[in-house]
Design a protein around this ligand. Structure first.
Ligand code: IMP
Length: 203
């Protein structure tokens, strides 16, 4: 049921992990629903060359069909030794129908001969905020780190079990949600978004 004391936001995703993280990071003042509650809204093909292109596309299309703020998250892992791959193809690295276990296996395989600091990379998150079919603002968050030689930890999602952020010794999958969000690309982008929304933007 809609809580009228809260501001509403539609997250243009069917990825339940992203929705959970956005809810955890934005906190209780926001009622965040996602596309699983809106089967009437179209799925958008991610045809952009950059995270920002894709975030803008998803937010603009979603907001043309929704009365209020729409937020789209496009994110992924860039590994320097792989020329920035998997990048915008993070969700589909091992093929369009591949699951995340296959994507992680392929990443480890491609980095098999790469050692230590040469395994550096970053998670990037771009958030596009839109209303009435127009993107009004874009927020960026990144976290530098290294890809581990094997999976560690059972929390999180995606490539979390393979990524140790700079300054830490645990992977994101070995951290609590709170610990991950304090360091993560999504946490950083959402802090900027939260400041913008609470600083006077009206739905
Ligand atoms: P997209 O933004 O829907 O194109 O997919 C992003 C993909 O990047 C996800 O499916 C994950 O594989 C990966 N990814 C994005 N953010 C995270 C994260 O916080 N942890 C682990 N993997 C992530």
């Amino acid at each position: 049921m809609t809580d009228v004391s809260k501001q509403r936001l539609l997250l243009a995703t069917r990825n339940a992990h992203k929705t959970r993280e956005v809810r955890e990071i934005l906190g209780g003042d926001w009622e965040v629903e996602d596309l699983t509650a809106r089967p009437d809204l179209p799925d958008v093909e991610e045809t952009g060359a950059t995270f920002e292109d894709n975030a803008r596309l998803k937010a603009a299309v979603g907001s043309a069909h929704y009365d209020g703020w729409v937020l789209a998250d496009d994110s992924g892992l860039e590994v320097d030794a792989l020329g920035g791959a998997p990048g915008v193809r993070s969700a589909r690295y091992a093929g369009d129908d591949a699951d995340m276990a296959a994507n992680r296996t392929l990443l480890l395989e491609r980095l098999r001969e790469v050692r230590g600091k040469e395994r550096a990379g970053r998670f990037r998150c771009v958030l596009a905020l839109a209303k009435g079919g127009e993107v009004v603002r874009v927020f960026h968050g990144t976290v530098e780190g290294v890809v581990t030689p094997s999976e560690r930890g059972s929390g999180g999602f995606g490539y979390d079990a393979l990524f140790v952020p700079e300054g830490a010794c645990r992977t994101f999958a070995e951290m609590t949600g709170e610990q991950k969000h304090a360091l993560s690309h999504r946490g950083r982008a959402l802090v900027a978004l939260g400041a913008y929304l609470t600083g006077g933007a009206t739905a």
